[in-house]
Ligand binder design. Structure first.
Ligand code: ADP
Ligand code: MG
Length: 476
């Protein structure tokens, strides 16, 4: 502790820890004890240019994914080959509605990027977009407050870029709920069985109830599937209409305890309730679709040339293992390139929630054992290497210092009336999330304990102007 690069470390550690506990920056540990979430005591520093670049992408990606989710033909074509060997994808695809009822749609997303080091400075490279259970908005807001409080007397404090993604998500949920037009209708928080990430959700849930008078219930998919019923097109559950099913689970096979869970998905798709996300949106979110969108031709079906160019500038090489690609001037099957350069690739199945990717020799073994028919259910992706920086993180009440990497996520919202794809009610950037991890760690979970929530400080003292474009948060 004496050697720390951070002056006054002991005092800061104490103050930060007390702040985290008092403001609910919490999680359950493996023993079921309530502990603070891992968080950084020092911000990641980046130029305003980087922030502007990511913000300008918000609306482009919002519209891209909204449009893709309105192209069932493309979704079927892309996901059917994966569905042949992946039971979960197959079940999801089977819920794709033939003729969805007209109703408003809400997309609440988090687009995750890594800042690749280039001669012009850090430049965003997309890891993935999350359109289901995009979490940590309130937690990111709390750690932002924490660091701004910690550095209140220092120049650094003034350069921390404020963000309020928790408040913004609440505002958007309320706005979408109002569209339903029944003050008695509930928002259902759809949780995985045995949900651990409750603190982040409770911030949202309690604000809905206490500050906005929105009726809400938490339940599992299994409960909704058993007790929910359609009446005149509306979904009813425990005596009231459902205005919205807001998924905080449903992205992993284990969240579907039985047949009733799939019934819950079908009920939501067939009803007037807003499903966040809908089945088409969740399919659009799948990694095979992300892989297909790296093709310029496919991308330009959904975006103008200049928008497609801006989005594509954030893509790294990504393809099903057997596909021919060009990478660093070499032409070959993605699989062969990955086998020849195992440290430069990652193998991903269609799963969400962390811990599913294979790297290095694990990737090599899996690729070598892969049956040809499994191929479309996987994607190989170029490994992104951001510049390492020095960071002090609080992990299990202790400061940990060392070289770290960070991942920058931007929360987004897209809200539309039926048929309003090109005239959205909302199309916004809701703020950001930074997750910082040891430079040798490969995955970036926060609740799972690998990464720390972090904050961005601008390198330039002047800060960044709040521009009022339609990709910006409305500030309301
Ligand atoms: P999941 O859907 O399980 O969250 P992700 O694609 O987000 O899967 O991968 C999980 C984590 O693994 C990311 O947050 C990131 O830290 C790391 N990761 C994923 N893809 C890459 C990549 N191409 N390069 C470097 N790290 C990656
Ligand atoms: Mg992820």
């Amino acid at each position: 502790m004496l050697q720390s690069a951070l002056p006054g470390l002991a005092d800061r550690v104490r103050e930060a820890r007390e702040y985290a506990l008092s403001r609910g920056l919490l999680k359950y540990d493996a023993q079921g004890q309530v502990v603070h979430l891992p968080f950084a005591l020092t911000p990641w520093q980046a130029p305003a240019r980087f922030v502007r670049q990511v913000r300008d992408l918000a609306s482009i990606f919002n519209r891209l994914y909204a449009r893709v989710s309105h192209d069932p033909e493309f979704l079927r074509q892309t996901m059917e080959p994966a569905a042949r060997t992946d039971e979960f994808v197959s079940r999801m695809l089977a819920c794709l509605p033939e003729d969805p009822p007209p109703r408003p749609e809400l997309f609440l997303t988090r687009n995750d990027f890594m800042p690749l080091q280039t001669p012009e400075g850090p430049s965003p490279r997309q890891v993935e977009i999350n359109m289901i259970a995009a979490s940590l908005g309130p937690a990111s807001q709390k750690v932002n407050d924490l660091q701004r409080f910690l550095y209140r007397e220092e120049e650094l404090g003034g350069r921390i870029l404020p963000t309020r993604p928790g408040d913004e998500q609440i505002r958007v949920l309320v706005q979408a709920w109002k569209l339903f037009g029944d003050p008695q209708a509930r928002i259902l928080f759809l949780l995985p069985p045995g949900e651990k990430g409750v603190f982040d959700q409770l911030t949202l849930a309690s604000a809905l109830v206490l500050e906005h008078g929105v009726p809400m219930l938490r339940c599992t998919l299994e409960e909704l599937g058993r007790e929910g019923e359609l009446r005149g097109g509306d979904l009813w559950f425990r005596g009231r209409r459902v205005a919205m099913g807001y998924f905080r689970g449903g992205y992993a096979p284990g969240h579907y305890e039985g047949e009733a869970s799939w019934n819950a998905r079908r009920l939501l798709e067939a009803s007037t309730a807003i499903s966040v996300p809908s089945i088409p949106a969740q399919l659009a979110n799948m990694k095979m679709v992300q892989g297909r969108l790296t093709s310029g031709d496919v991308l330009r079906r959904y975006l103008s040339d200049s928008e497609a160019e801006a989005a594509a500038a954030t893509f790294v090489a990504m393809a099903p293992p057997s596909e021919e690609i060009t990478w660093r001037g070499q032409r070959g099957r993605a699989r062969d390139l990955a086998l020849a350069f195992p440290e430069d690739w990652v193998l991903k199945p269609q799963r969400e929630g962390g811990g599913n990717n294979l790297y290095g020799q694990d990737m090599v073994r899996r690729l070598e054992a892969m049956r040809p028919e499994e191929d479309p259910a996987f994607i190989v992706m170029e490994y992104i290497r951001p510049a390492a920086f020095h960071s002090v993180r609080m992990v299990e009440n202790q400061p940990v210092e060392g070289l770290c990497l960070t991942e920058f996520g931007t929360f987004g919202a897209f809200l539309m009336e039926p048929g309003g794809l090109d005239r959205p009610i909302l199309d916004q950037d809701l703020g950001y999330l930074l997750r910082t991890k040891d430079h040798q760690s490969r995955e970036g979970l926060v609740i799972g304990g690998y990464a720390a929530l972090d904050v961005l400080a601008l390198e330039e003292p002047a800060g960044i102007p709040e521009s009022g474009g339609r990709g910006q948060a409305g500030g309301g």
